[in-house]
Each structure stands twice: as structure tokens, then as C-alpha cells.
Design a protein around this ligand. Structure first.
Ligand SMILES: [Zn+2]
Length: 117
């Protein structure tokens, strides 16, 4: 799979920082995983790296895959936004006075008139 970074030609991403581990009687350096884009492209078939890149916080922000629609803003983020919106709409259509659930904001407004007197 190909990952593309249009803005940052030599983008470097740390997927896992280098750590030290005490093994036996001595410290061992456990190399982290780092990917470096070359000329704005990083190609890998390693499923773990692909997964890590796709769940990276900069995925969809600074780099994309070359899959169709990959240029769209972070899809996970968009999903979250939609979920938030849905929650907001849900709240907006529940009457704060009696808890009546209106099917729409308009319906709620009509319902709210009942409470005005
Ligand atoms: Zn009500």
C-alpha cells in the first residue's frame, strides 16, 4: 500500500519509539518503528505498519493512502464529527421541560409552544 504526503516530502512518522528493555542481565535497545517518506511517498505491504499508519493521528491530515477518496479529511474524524452532530441533534429535539422527543427541531419548536402558557 502506498501512503502519500503532498506537503511533507520527507515526512517522518514514529510508529513506536525506541525503548530500552532489561533482558537477562543487561539493557537491550529495542528499536522503534519509524517510517520515512521519500519524495512524499511511503510504500509498504507490512500489515502492521499499514494498520499503525492508518490509526496514526496524522493520517488524513498530513498523509493519505492512494486509495480513492483518500484526499478527504480524516474519515475517522469525520465519523466522530457526524456522531457528535447526531448527538447534538438528538439533544436539540428532546423537550427540556417534559422530555418529549420531537422528530425534528421544527417539531420541537411547535411542541414548546405548549409550555409557553
Ligand atoms: Zn414538553
Amino acid at each position: 500500500m502506498k501512503f502519500i504526503s503532498k506537503k511533507y516530502k520527507a515526512l517522518q512518522l514514529v510508529l513506536q519509539p525506541t525503548t530500552k528493555r532489561y533482558v537477562g542481565l543487561k539493557w537491550q535497545i529495542v528499536p522503534g518503528t519509524r517510517v520515512v517518506f521519500e519524495n512524499g511517498v511511503y510504500e509498504t505491504e507490512d500489515k502492521e505498519i499499514i494498520e499503525a499508519l492508518k490509526s496514526h493521528r496524522l493520517y488524513g491530515v498530513q498523509f493519505y493512502t492512494d486509495e480513492p477518496k483518500a484526499d478527504e479529511p480524516n474519515r475517522e474524524g469525520a465519523k466522530e464529527e457526524n456522531a457528535k452532530k447526531a448527538v447534538a441533534e438528538e439533544i436539540a429535539s428532546v423537550c427540556p421541560v417534559c422530555g418529549f422527543e420531537a422528530k425534528s427541531e421544527f417539531g420541537l419548536r411547535a411542541h414548546m409552544r405548549k409550555h409557553e402558557n
